[in-house]
Design a protein around this ligand. Structure first.
Ligand SMILES: CC(C)(COP(=O)(O)OP(=O)(O)OC[C@H]1O[C@@H](n2cnc3c(N)ncnc32)[C@H](O[C@H]2O[C@H](COP(=O)(O)OP(=O)(O)OP(=O)(O)O)[C@@H](O)[C@H]2O)[C@@H]1O)[C@@H](O)C(=O)NCCC(=O)NCCS
Ligand SMILES: Nc1ncnc2[nH]cnc12
Length: 294
């Protein structure tokens, strides 16, 4: 149950959460050089994706995130009816994405992760710490959705079943450990060490890659791909991160290795966007305090 009486968010606050979700998707796409992924330099391991498509997809999802924030702001509890409403909005968002991109999967995992986090933030704006928001998102992710179609055959489900590893569902249900325990602490640590903002974000992405069983990589390149990703990312961190000369060299080697394997860590990219979302959320909430106070 809510800690305080439910206060419907003004549409402007739900709009600000949606703006933040879109902005972190743009920032993730633009960040360069990202190993194996679409960025400002090239399309990584993709033939069907490019930076323009990532941007169009991100902007097209704004209404989805706003609808999710508004639904959560009027919900009485983090319960099955809110979970099912978010499921319906998430599936609608996936259709909008596919219409915008001509059928290419740009942000399926991001709709899931950022959708849950946006709703969790909107539900209790007065508790906006990363740990609180990730915890509420996990509560939502663990609830059943009676209207979810029986999907047995997604790339993620197949990879999880084949290799016995957790995927996007489990990451959310566990409270986004790759974000809260790795991406965010690394972002703050690299900033504190004096790294520039782009290098700090790259380090956060690398910290996520070092631990995440990314089902996109497993699907395309199996355990060899996952091993290459995780060991390559650990090597970048061991060399001092992306701001050092040796770290930059290790990053380039990881990019080359992933391209050779045709592997793209799309799950890690989504979780970097989630890291940036939680990082900026508290200041967004403080700025908006006036708009949601009764
Ligand atoms: C629960 C869902 C996430 C569905 O999950 P499932 O595993 O069944 O389905 P997938 O289609 O495989 O989607 C999972 C996407 O999540 C990202 N991801 C991968 N690993 C992880 C991980 N360990 N932790 C977190 N997130 C992870 C990843 O998304 C990114 O990659 C996409 C591009 O992938 P790519 O392989 O390049 O492209 P494809 O076209 O799929 O294949 P190729 O032929 O090119 O190789 C891109 O979208 C990134 O975002 C995985 O793709 C959830 O979606 C769901 O149930 N939704 C229903 C609606 C709902 O209930 N919503 C709730 C409220 S929001
Ligand atoms: N930058 C990116 N490149 C490829 N797949 C992605 N999925 C999410 N962000 C991505």
């Amino acid at each position: 149950m809510r800690a305080l009486i439910a206060v419907p968010l003004t549409s402007s606050f739900a709009g600000q959460l949606a703006d933040l979700a879109v902005q972190v998707l743009i920032d993730e796409a633009d960040l360069s050089p990202k190993p194996g992924l679409v960025d400002r330099r090239n399309n990584g391991a993709h033939t069907d994706l490019n930076l323009g498509l990532m941007h169009s997809s991100a902007y097209a999802l704004r209404q989805t995130f706003q609808d999710m924030a508004e639904a959560a702001s009027v919900a009485q509890d983090l319960d099955q009816s809110l979970r099912e409403m978010l499921g319906q909005l998430g599936r609608k968002g996936e259709s909008v994405m596919l219409e915008t991109t001509g059928g290419v999967n740009t942000h399926r995992g991001a709709i899931w992760a950022l959708g849950l986090l946006t709703a969790a933030a909107a539900f209790e704006p007065e508790h906006g710490s990363p740990a609180d928001v990730a915890h509420r998102a996990a509560v939502l992710a663990r609830l059943p959705d009676r209207f979810a179609p029986e999907v047995q055959n997604s790339h993620g489900l197949r990879a999880c079943a084949r290799y016995g590893l957790p995927g996007a569902r489990e990451q959310a249900q566990a409270g986004f450990p790759a974000v809260v325990g790795h991406g965010l602490p690394q972002l703050l640590k690299s900033r504190a060490k004096g790294a520039g903002e782009q290098n700090a974000r790259l380090d956060a992405l690398i910290a996520i890659m070092a631990v995440l069983p990314d089902t996109c990589v497993l699907h395309r390149a199996g355990l060899e791909g996952l091993d290459t990703l995780q060991h390559g990312a650990q090597a970048v961190l061991a060399q001092g991160g992306s701001a050092t000369l040796a770290g930059r060299r290790a990053l380039r080697q990881l990019d080359d290795a992933l391209l050779r394997l045709n592997a793209s860590p799309g799950g890690a990219a989504d979780l970097l966007a989630s890291t940036l979302f939680l990082d900026r959320l508290e200041s967004c909430m403080q700025r908006s305090a006036i708009s949601w106070k009764p």
